[in-house]
Design a protein around this ligand. Structure first.
Ligand code: ZN
Length: 276
């Protein structure tokens, strides 16, 4: 369940391998990965032979310019990762999409649960997609506390649910939302509209710190090792988590046992004392 940080590490891994190369071969090994392609038969021909251009990230999406007005889109979902390797390297059994460059390197999308997806979109298709409706980026365009508070004003939705709403703020996922709320000492099931400006400010500060820490540690590889860095190393952030996955263990701040509950269907972790 790693979220935004693996995108950044993937970017660092992908750029030197893909930039300026042309796409020599595209293999789709699982059709579900193309479910966001308006017409899945377009995917392979749109990508084949293209020279790979600039790479950007918006929230949890990776966007790569390919050819005239086309954008190659990735989303790693809950369990996806990119693997960068040579064509001779053995394939992981959950390899779903393989793109080989003219230099013989392969970018492989590995995704056991196939919650991730990829597509190649025209400018019009991109403008119609959920990417066009993303809110400001949590890492690079974090709004002021006042702006965040005005987006939360009057909302009865749980604060955690709002933080996960990519139209409100793009980039936070389940692990980092729990960590942010702990760092801000706010209970995730509080109605978003009930937060004071000071509490929103604490959440904003926590977002910056939690994402920076996650990035520094290369993201959060859980015990299933579904998420790995593109070169196969595990992200080290798991050991630094304060609440996520720590139910029953003592709070690092006060010692009270961390509790796990569901908020709108998402597993959520908090300290009942620090986040009362
Ligand atoms: Zn505590």
């Amino acid at each position: 369940m790693p979220e935004l940080p693996e995108v950044e590490t993937t970017r660092r891994g992908l750029v030197p391998v893909l930039a300026g190369r042309s796409v020599a071969r595209v293999e789709v090994l699982h059709p579900r990965m193309l479910r966001r392609q308006p017409d899945p038969v377009d995917f392979v021909p749109r990508l084949s032979g293209q020279v790979v251009g600039e790479l950007r990230r918006r929230g949890k999406f990776l966007l790569i310019e390919v050819g005239e007005g086309l954008t190659w889109v990735f989303h790693l979902g809950m369990s996806g990762r990119m693997s960068i390797t040579t064509r001779e390297a053995p394939r992981h059994p959950h390899t779903r999409v393989v793109v080989r460059t003219d230099a013989g390197r392969e970018v492989r999308m590995v995704d056991p649960r196939t919650f991730g997806f990829t597509s190649v979109l025209t400018a019009d298709e991109l403008a119609e997609s959920s990417i066009a409706r993303l809110g400001p980026d949590a890492l690079t365009a974090l709004p002021s506390a006042r702006e965040l508070a005005s987006g939360a004003a009057g909302r009865r939705v749980a604060t955690k649910t709002l933080l996960l709403d990519q139209r409100y703020l793009a980039g936070l996922g389940n692990i980092y939302a729990d960590e942010v709320l702990f760092a801000a000492a706010v209970a995730g099931d509080r109605p978003a509209g009930s937060l004071s400006l000071a509490e929103v400010g604490a959440i904003r500060t926590a977002i910056g710190r939690v994402l920076a820490d996650g990035l520094e540690h290369g993201g959060t590889s859980l015990d299933d090792l579904a998420y790995l860095l593109p070169d196969g190393r595990a992200g080290r952030h798991l050991e630094y988590l304060s609440v996520y996955g720590r139910e029953g263990k003592p709070c690092r701040r006060c010692g009270a046992p961390i509790v796990k509950a569901r908020i709108n269907g998402r597993s959520s972790h908090r300290c009942p004392a620090c986040q009362a």
